[in-house]
Design a protein around this ligand. Structure first.
Ligand code: FE2
Ligand code: FE2
Length: 150
């Protein structure tokens, strides 16, 4: 079944929400390829999904560390365990085992749960830190502008 993006999946940080939305799209593409029996496409999209998800994880980890989120290490560990789990699935799929059904189920369940609990947990702190950083950049720019034109 298609995984629909709903507002309860938003954590309120647009850049992160957009990345999560993209991951949902990838999962749906894997699902679609599986349902239409395109096994080569399943493996291709799965590779893309893994690539994209790993960079999303790295991005998220940087934001958490920058914001001084106290559970950044534990969160990173959760990402690592999930990446290992998916890697095992990929190895099995490449060896010709029929694990796609189970994999899609795990992807959907894990992602929804992780976004709603773990990602949502860092959102307030990371948002505040991002807003502060944006203001500082703006202030610097204004200072530079006023010196130039003042
Ligand atoms: Fe995330
Ligand atoms: Fe995460």
């Amino acid at each position: 079944m298609t995984l629909h993006w709903t507002s309860d999946l938003e954590i309120g940080i647009p850049v992160i929400d957009a990345q999560h939305q993209r991951i949902v799209e990838y999962i749906n593409r894997v699902d679609h390829a599986h349902r239409t029996h395109e096994s080569a496409e399943v493996l291709n999209v799965l590779d893309e999904l893994v690539d994209y998800t790993l960079s999303h994880f790295a991005f998220e980890e940087t934001l958490m560390e920058e914001a001084g989120y106290p559970f950044a290490k534990a969160h990173k560990k959760v990402h690592q365990l999930f990446a290992r789990r998916i890697d095992n699935f990929q190895q099995q799929a490449k060896a010709g085992e029929d694990i796609t059904e189970e994999l899609i189920h795990v992807l959907k369940a894990w992602l929804v749960n992780h976004i709603k609990r773990d990602d949502n947990d860092y959102s307030d702190l990371v948002r505040a830190n991002l807003e502060g950083a944006t203001k500082r950049v703006k202030a610097r720019k204004e200072g530079w502008l006023s010196r130039l034109f003042g």
